[in-house]
Design a protein around this ligand. Structure first.
Ligand code: FES
Ligand code: FES
Length: 166
């Protein structure tokens, strides 16, 4: 990566939920702030800004990443997926989103974008996860409302539906 001037704003072009987007960022701007404030994609939430809560999780080239721990300039040329990209073009919920809805897997919803993106990666990597594997995969996502059981139930239900098992 070339050396970037500290106070200059640099062009960042990436793919966001299938569309090419371009914005400008100082070298120190976090990807989470870039998405929310420069691009206007406010579905990604910011809680701790220290990599602890998982609320800001997005997929970067298919890998779940805490966007508060990544610089916006590192997103150049990358494929970013956020919660806004999980539903279909006609805004139908993904199987995972629908399972969250059915299972009451959210209350205030602040943590939900991070859970959905983390679980999307999990289910793409492992279509038939055990409950223990789901809990392990979600160990970096914090929820202050639900007690987690409904989230795990939703993940198992969505996995089964996506496998055609239910
Ligand atoms: S806001 Fe990024 S992990 Fe909490
Ligand atoms: S639903 Fe409120 S923090 Fe998780």
């Amino acid at each position: 990566m070339p050396i970037l001037k500290r106070d200059a704003r640099h062009e960042v072009t990436c793919t966001l939920n299938g569309e090419t987007v371009t914005g400008h960022a100082e070298p120190r701007l976090l990807l989470s702030d870039f998405l929310r404030h420069e691009i206007g994609a406010t579905g990604t939430h910011v809680g701790c800004e220290h990599g602890i809560c998982g609320a800001c999780t997005v997929l970067v080239d298919g890998v779940a990443v805490r966007s508060c721990l990544m610089l916006a300039v590192q997103a150049r040329g990358r494929n970013i997926e956020t919660v806004e990209g999980l539903s279909g073009p006609d805004e139908t919920l993904s199987p995972l989103q629908a399972a969250f809805h059915r299972n009451f897997a959210l209350q205030c919803g602040f943590c939900t974008p991070g859970f959905l993106t983390s679980l999307t990666e999990v289910l793409e990597r492992n279509p038939d996860p055990s409950e223990a594997e789901i809990r392990e995969a979600l160990s970096g996502n914090l929820c202050r409302c639900t007690g987690y059981q409904e989230i795990v139930d939703a993940a198992l239900e969505a996995a089964a539906e996506m496998r055609g098992a239910s």
